[in-house]
Design a protein around this ligand. Sequence first.
Ligand SMILES: Cc1ncc(COP(=O)(O)O)c(C=O)c1O
Length: 478
Amino acid sequence: MMKLYESLAEKITLQINSGYFQPGDKLPSIRHMSKTHQVSISTVQEAYRLLEDNKIAEVRIKSGYYVMSSKAAEPKLPRISRPDPTPVNVSKWETIVDLLYNHEDQHTLALGKGTPNVSGATIQPLLKLISRLSRNAQINQLTYDSLQGAETLRRQITNMMLNSGCHLHYDDIVTTTGCQEALSCSMRAITEANDVIAIESPSFYGSMQIIQALKLKALEIPTHPKTGISIEALEMALEQWPIKVLQITPTCNNPLGYVMPEENKQRLITLANRHDFAIIEDDIYGDLAYAHPRPRSVKSYDTQGRVLFCSSFSKTVSPAFRTGWCAPGRYIEQFKHMKYVSTACGSVLQPRAIAEFVAQGYYDRHIKTMRAQYLRNRDRMIDLVTRYFPSSIRMTYPQGGYLLWIVLPDTIDTTLLNLRLADYSFSIAAGTLFTASEKFKHCLRINYAQAMTCEIEKAIATIGNVIQRMLDESNHVT
Ligand SMILES: Cc1ncc(COP(=O)(O)O)c(C=O)c1O
């Protein structure tokens, strides 16, 4: 059971997460806290000390406790990637099965997965809405949904997309079963076997598997850990290869966490218009950008309907609802056809519950809380990795979401590292998952969505130790 000071610390943390106390704000005095919460002075002192240990608050001599405002300094960043300049086939399905499905035992701390924190109070209203809708469901609702998906949800999505600068009509939106279906229908709507599709390097393994299944050729483009795909490199590739589609995650990228500057997003549209290619924009983490208001999407600069904008509630709310969408622009008819081929329509009740969740303002409140929490976790995770990993590493400085990409010395193979970590019941995502070639063997991705508990600190310390041992062994051999 939680101790009194722990539950007080949690209450204050929630107030900070919801923006009631902002970074740099002075927290109420110990005496004041003790009065308002009707607890002893020592309980408040313990609670404040816990917040200090968790780097949520800091003490200033002779002044009191303040909400932590100092962010982790930008770490030494990975270098821009240099992938092979030729379109290739994608493989690696077995490695993905291994990452996602073979370590399902509940004792494994799966730091490699891309799952959000779903344990916060701000999700609870959604569960209530689902049970209310189920209770009140009418018999005539127990049928197929329309091909385009629930209008109530599409209306809310068009409102949400205003935040990324997109002014759409709800008939421009098609709902999908998660973002994976949005990406898959997009690619199937506009490509044929052997077409060349340009992607980031590293790139999300789920979209690469669609490329593989459709027998497309993936052309990895050099990608900078701060600004994203290199426009210059893309321009050069366009001169050389018949690129039909560009598939990118420019806002809170998975796995690098960057937000592409808006100027580059505009330049991409100019290039697409000039060279006549389509852009599949994956915005699944976009609403989790730490900057507020959130950055504009590439789609928001598109005047010719070339961008198929894909997203879902999987990272912002929960992947369990399998609710996503696409704004496919000029390709909407082909897209709807591919959705019919894929699932015909999604489930009926959950999208309506999510629509209510958004309409009643719960989504915005939830995002505000999670954004603050993930930003704090980022700084804490960067601190931990800096403390426990060898000093020669490089890592990203994510501007949104909850994924950190770490580059180890190149003698370390992170697939082997993962095998060793299984002995300790930890897992990470090995870098090779994120490329169609043999790159990134010495890289890994970890998730910092969950509360930064002692368990996480111990895991990072252990991973750091195992890496150090592998380094010592490789030094010994050479
Ligand atoms: C960048 C990216 N796009 C798409 C997806 C798939 O999303 P969903 O679970 O909504 O199908 C993921 C999930 O990991 C992802 O990270």
